[in-house]
Design a protein around this ligand. Structure first.
Ligand code: PEP
Ligand code: MN
Length: 506
């Protein structure tokens, strides 16, 4: 692997899951605009998350990451954002209560639009007028930042990349506004739209958590000499909340990658600037910048600069785009952000170690999260080998269990629907914890597809089977809303949080 890296050096490598745009000029215009737009997050926030993930790697904090499989532009609206935020906050409280560990919260939000697909095209019933349809092969739905879910809207449109930026920015703006207005105040968790949860057992379990946390908060207030209710909150009035997405659309990621002069120090977000002059992004004509050490390049003033992807705090490489000599690994190896790498059954132990050598040669703590996703029936076979392979190296990683992507099945009542069984999800998490314990490593966190979405009648989605609501296969069609993978609903997500909380207490 060459040591020459620039935000565009991925363009020289083979790329998996690429999107072909019919009009390159339109794409270039959009990318030029994206390079000009302000960052969505700052290097300071990114560095803070990396430091917190370094704690997770050592078992001093727990990582909770979750959200939609495919975020939709239509989810950029008050209720869906509040529901997602409140669900992740509730889960984190439940986990914190059991584990007594700080919880690092990362949502798959404000940019989780691009989707890899197993097939580039699909045959659909295409409307041809008068209520008639004919079979046609169209591009698969690749996520709202590429094409539309409607079969008549499947052509890749570069304007959607710009739309992705603005929807991310509106979503993030509302999250920041909620957090700075006390939405995450630990003194008022009952306000986090918990009332629609129908299971009395779940309601009372949650009440217990809240009562006990309230006691602790009262104690802290008294201990701080503010027992008069005068407002001392012991730092509990807001929380850190980070964003993440799969770093799949490299054109977009490159355009939001900004250089920070090295001597300016981390946190000088005002120094972040577009990585390359406008008008130089065409893949064919792209040039690699001056040779420079890993993740650093020669700044225009002659000083070295570091590069941050300022579209999100954390991005990950999917299981389909993690080729060692491919474009995605090339891009990821140069940025300062903490990154995730999906690790499935087809990853070899040697391959995993080579990957770590490439993306984190300096073994920076908190830099890499390995997101294992084997399936409940395969985790026992593959996780031990991967742990042993990493243990033989000097690499320190965060081990995170994605208990969703190896557990996808077809519904028995409607094979066109994908589903996941709650028991498989729980089994993969608990088996992972056990294996880590036996091998002397730490399961630092979980990665879940979940949603707080409810319909007008106050019903949660019905996409996964089981949990305290006892959802059955035949119930799936009642309120199945996902355009991609099935997500845990509000109650099922809280069930998972309680189980994790119990495991960590034990
Ligand atoms: C995902 O996280 O939505 C995903 C596609 O996962 P994976 O790359 O592990 O299949
Ligand atoms: Mn998914």
């Amino acid at each position: 692997m060459s040591t020459t890296w620039s935000p565009s050096s991925w363009r020289e490598k083979p790329i998996a899951q690429d999107v072909t745009y019919e009009n390159q000029e339109d794409l270039e215009k959009v990318l030029g605009k994206l390079r000009h737009l302000p960052p969505l997050v700052t290097p300071t926030e990114i560095d803070r998350l990396r430091a917190q993930l370094a704690d997770v790697a050592q078992g001093k904090a727990f990582l909770l990451q979750g959200g939609d499989c495919a975020e939709l532009f239509s989810a950029c609206s008050q209720d869906p954002i509040e529901h997602k935020l409140s669900l992740i906050l509730l889960m984190s409280l439940i986990i914190l209560h059991g584990s007594r560990l700080p919880v690092v919260r990362i949502a798959r939000i404000a940019g989780q639009y691009a989707k890899p697909r197993s097939k580039p095209t699909e045959v659909v019933d295409y409307p041809v007028g008068d209520g008639k349809t004919e079979k046609r092969e169209v591009m698969s739905f690749r996520g709202d930042n590429v094409n539309g879910f409607e079969v008549t809207d499947r052509t890749a449109d570069p304007e959607r990349l710009l739309s992705a930026y603005f929807h991310s920015s509106a979503t993030l703006n509302y999250i920041r506004a909620l957090l700075s207005s006390g939405f995450a105040d630990l003194n008022t968790p009952r306000a986090w739209s918990f009332s629609h949860v129908r299971s009395p057992a779940l309601q009372s379990a949650f009440e217990e958590v809240i009562d006990s946390l309230m006691d602790s908060l009262d104690f802290m207030r008294v201990a701080a000499g503010k027992g008069d209710g005068s407002g001392a909150r012991g730092g509990t009035d807001t929380v850190d909340f980070y964003t993440s997405h799969e770093g799949l659309s490299l054109e977009y990621e490159e355009a939001l990658t900004r250089g920070v002069p090295k001597h300016s120090g981390a946190g000088s977000s005002s120094f972040a600037r577009p990585a390359r002059p406008e008008g130089s992004t065409s893949r064919a004509s792209s040039k690699v910048r001056n040779p420079a050490p890993r993740g650093e390049a020669q700044a225009e003033d002659g000083g070295l600069e570091k590069f941050y992807n300022l579209s999100s705090h954390f991005i990950w490489i999917g299981d389909r785009t993690r080729q060692l000599d491919g474009a995605h690994v090339e891009y990821f190896r140069g940025i300062q952000n903490p990154i995730g790498i999906k690790v499935g059954p087809t990853m070899g132990g040697d391959e995993l170690v080579k990957m770590l050598d490439i993306v984190n040669p300096d073994n920076i703590p908190g830099k890499v999260t390995l997101i294992s996703r084997y399936g409940a029936d395969k985790v026992g076979k593959f996780l031990p080998g991967h742990i042993e392979a990493v243990k033989k190296t000097r690499h320190i990683v965060v081990w995170q269990c994605d208990a969703m992507h190896g557990n996808t099945k077809s519904s028995e009542t409607d094979p066109s629907l994908k589903t996941r069984h709650f028991v498989d999800i729980i089994s993969e998490i608990s088996t992972s914890m056990k294996i880590h314990q036996e091998l002397g490593t730490i399961l630092g966190g979980v990665h879940l597809e979940l949603t707080g979405e409810i319909n007008e009648d106050g019903f949660s989605v019905t996409e996964c089977i089981g949990g305290s609501m006892d959802l059955m296969d035949k119930d799936l069609s009642l309120n199945y809303l996902s355009h991609c993978d099935p997500r845990l609903n509000y109650e099922q997500s809280l069930d998972v949080a309680f189980l994790i909380s119990d495991y960590l207490r034990a």
